[in-house]
Ligand binder design. Structure first.
Ligand SMILES: Cc1cc2nc3c(=O)[nH]c(=O)nc-3n(C[C@H](O)[C@H](O)[C@H](O)COP(=O)(O)OP(=O)(O)OC[C@H]3O[C@@H](n4cnc5c(N)ncnc54)[C@H](O)[C@@H]3O)c2cc1C
Length: 410
């Protein structure tokens, strides 16, 4: 096994694996270190969750040759229906009104993982070291050395840049002496697959309720993934309910718009916190994906935002690759990356956090305000277009891959 690399990516979850795929033909010597064995039913990043991918994510995945493996199994989101349970506010978004086929696509996280990992193991420039847990990091002015525990043995590798894509509880963050601001939402997302007798197969539903938001993302054939965010005080009770009782409760919250619901699979729980590492880099180490910012799933934006960050970092690294003496870990690259991405990150994080404040509130004033705002917003096509462009990750200054360029054009 090789020991010397240009770039070490710690974490083979969706963000780390996507960065590796972006850099697969760049000529950099890349190591991807993932602690959970790849054969992994236990790999938590690649479970049966449906992920809503925005159009910007689809473009990036297409440019790196991964979307082609996902397209057939993905389900288009043609309409979005947003409601506030027990109140009058409704927002309807329709791809057709915006002149597009779909506002995004739902893919199963496990399918995404398989496509990304297949792509990265096929690259001769990438060494996928698995299982491999990074247990320590040492830096000097010329590079970084990482100690890895791969079950039976320990080994060291060196590199010029470490990309820490090791999730919201990042150990690399501590190793790199970076700090995270953490806001506990005191909520847990309960995820389960359901089926419903509804013919509207390409509509995503988001319903704000006094327990927390419920999202239903279409999986095709009248199946949906339900993401029900409930207060931590109640979540254990929901987890312990019998399937038929849980589905009755979900039905009560969802209403009859989606038809009669039936349970398809198990329930999984994800505690919800806003985590943001600021600044997102220190000498030769940069945080990416959930280790940089982990957000509430209410807007289905976490991976989409992380993927746009990934496309930007890859672009900076690829564009400068040809310069003699170019150092991928140089502070100037990481500063340029952060400056480019800050605006999009602030906006998406602020939007998602703001939604939790506005919609998870029992105050009468806020309830009247949000329902009036929803009703007004629903009548404003230009505002809706602006909003959808933001949700699709297509507005403002975006990396070249989001603008439709291909890797070889960078
Ligand atoms: C309920 C729910 C629904 C969601 N729905 C959506 C959605 O619809 N759309 C969307 O865009 N986003 C969604 N998200 C967010 C999305 O799941 C995350 O943004 C995404 O998984 C982050 O990926 P990541 O690669 O940064 O981190 P992770 O998936 O956490 O991966 C980190 C990886 O690093 C590995 N690792 C950790 N420590 C080490 C170490 N020391 N050494 C080596 N490896 C290590 C881990 O094993 C893991 O594989 C949702 C999130 C939740 C909770």
């Amino acid at each position: 096994m090789k020991n010397e690399f240009d770039i070490a990516i710690v974490g083979g979850g969706p963000v780390g694996a996507s960065l590796a795929c972006c850099l697969a033909t760049s000529g950099y010597r890349i190591a991807v270190l993932e602690k959970v064995p790849v054969n992994a039913d236990q790999q938590p990043s690649y479970d049966d969750r449906g992920l809503a991918l925005s159009l910007s994510s689809c473009r990036i995945l297409k440019a790196i040759g991964v979307w082609q493996d996902l397209e057939t199994g993905s389900v288009p989101i043609k309409k979005i229906h947003i409601s506030d349970r027990g109140n009058f506010g409704i927002v309807r978004l329709n791809a057709h009104d915006l002149g597009i086929d779909a506002m995004g696509y739902v893919v199963i996280a496990r399918t995404l993982g398989r496509a990304l990992l297949n792509k990265l193991v096929a690259s001769s420039d990438i060494e996928f070291i698995n299982p491999a847990e990074v247990i320590s990091l040492h830096r000097d002015h010329s590079g970084v050395s990482l100690s890895i525990d791969n079950g039976n043995t320990k080994q060291d590798i060196t590199c010029k840049l470490v990309v820490a894509a090791d999730g919201s509880q990042s150990r690399l963050r501590d190793m790199a002496s970076l700090n995270a601001e953490i806001k506990d939402y005191h909520q847990t997302a309960i995820v389960s697959n359901i089926t419903a007798d509804i013919s509207d197969k390409f509509t995503a539903f988001e319903r704000f309720t006094s327990q927390g938001p419920l999202a239903l993302l279409p999986l095709g054939n009248s199946d949906f993934v339900s993401v029900f965010c409930v207060s931590n005080n109640n979540f254990q009770r929901y987890m312990e309910l019998r399937d038929d009782i849980y589905i009755d409760q979900l039905q009560e919250v969802a209403g009859k718009r989606i038809g009669n619901m039936k349970m398809l699979g198990s329930r999984y729980a994800y505690p919800l916190k806003l985590v943001r590492t600021s600044p997102s880099f220190s000498d030769r180490v940069v945080m990416l994906g959930n280790s940089a910012h982990s957000i509430h799933p209410n807007g289905a934006q976490g991976f989409n935002l992380g993927l746009r960050d990934t496309a930007c970092l890859a672009e900076i690294l690829i564009k400068n690759r040809g310069y003699p003496e170019f150092d991928p870990g140089a502070k100037s690259n990481l500063e340029a990356y952060q400056a480019f991405r800050e605006h999009d990150q602030d906006r998406v994080i602020g939007f998602s956090d703001g939604l939790t404040g506005l919609f998870y509130s029992h105050s009468m004033v806020k309830t009247v305000f949000r329902n009036s705002a929803m009703t007004l917003f629903n009548l404003m096509p230009d505002m809706k277009k602006k909003f959808v462009m933001m949700a699709m990750g297509l507005d403002g200054r975006q990396p070249s891959l989001v603008r439709g360029l291909q890797l070889e054009q960078l």
